[in-house]
Ligand binder design. Structure first.
Ligand SMILES: [Zn+2]
Length: 283
């Protein structure tokens, strides 16, 4: 992907270095695959990968303990990871602003929080093991950049455009939220609301990718990188990878082939109207 390595986004909040670090780290990939297995009821809207750990609005299951001292100088550094997610965030939101404008509507931008280990959110504690998520209550995307290492090493989806897809997917949840459709996402199961919300976010990510391609931001292999990521985090694939049987009744995000299909649908159409997952008779 072509992007500006010096990019600074005014919508990124850097909370790395604000404590809460311990625990996550190397175990992360394994932990989140395991957690994924449990398929906790779809109380959470907007996790990219894990269906139910942060327990939005819950009783703080992960327990936000007090903050550790802030390591000097680690926050506020405009490193490559921060520049990258900020660039994708801004580019995706620019695209959505334009799409909204064309439809006579005004886009409300989301913010993105970079954290390390764990952080507080309007939806309860965010933890590295949850993977990236969007909180509708504070309209923020949360990501611990260690997830990208897991995406590459544990899930076999390397590449910058795989990483971009993750941000675009979360912004997709923001769009569904702005459209006041997130409430339809409560029930799990193969044709349930949760799966429809997630596939819509994949489709919206594809809509952004269409725009990025039109503006010549895509390089050879980028589309495939995003498709590989969509494939890697399908419910069926993750359940199999976790050593379990595939249980469609517990699906929250859709199968690998559905996730690829809806991303591609958005990518081909380039229009949010193509992403009507709630009305689709077949997903
Ligand atoms: Zn999601």
């Amino acid at each position: 992907m072509r992007w500006d390595r010096d990019h600074q986004s005014e919508h990124v909040e850097d909370r790395r270095g604000q404590g809460g670090g311990g625990g996550g780290g190397g175990l992360f990939g394994l932990v989140f695959l395991l957690f994924r297995q449990f398929g906790v009821k779809g109380a959470i809207v907007g996790l990219l990968v894990v269906g139910g750990l942060a327990l939005f609005g819950g009783s703080g299951v992960l327990g936000l303990s007090g903050s550790a001292p802030t390591p000097a100088g680690s926050a506020g550094i405009n490193d490559a990871g921060k520049a990258f997610v900020g660039f994708v965030l801004d580019d995706a939101q620019k695209t959505w602003s334009q799409l909204y404008r064309e439809r006579g509507k005004t886009y409300q931008p989301a913010r993105l929080v970079l954290f390390a280990g764990r952080t507080d959110s309007g939806c309860g504690a965010g933890n590295a093991a949850t993977g990236p998520f969007y909180c509708p209550r504070d309209q923020r995307v949360y990501i611990d950049l260690d997830f990208y290492q897991a995406l590459k090493d544990k899930l076999g989806a390397p590449g910058d455009f795989a990483q971009a897809y993750v941000i675009a997917h979360e912004i997709g949840h923001h769009i569904t939220n702005l459209e006041q459709n997130l409430g339809k996402g409560r029930d799990e199961g193969a044709a349930g609301g949760s799966v429809r919300v997630e596939l819509q976010a994949d489709c919206y990510a594809g809509v952004w990718a269409h725009s990025a391609k039109a503006r010549d931001l895509l390089e050879m292999g980028d589309f495939e990188e995003a498709m590989r990521a969509a494939e890697a985090i399908g419910d069926d694939t993750l359940q199999q990878a976790g050593g379990g049987v595939v249980r469609p009744e517990t699906f929250t995000h859709g199968t690998s082939s559905q996730r690829m299909r809806w991303f591609q649908k958005g990518f081909v159409a380039g229009k949010p109207e193509a992403c009507a997952t709630f009305d689709a008779s077949e997903l």
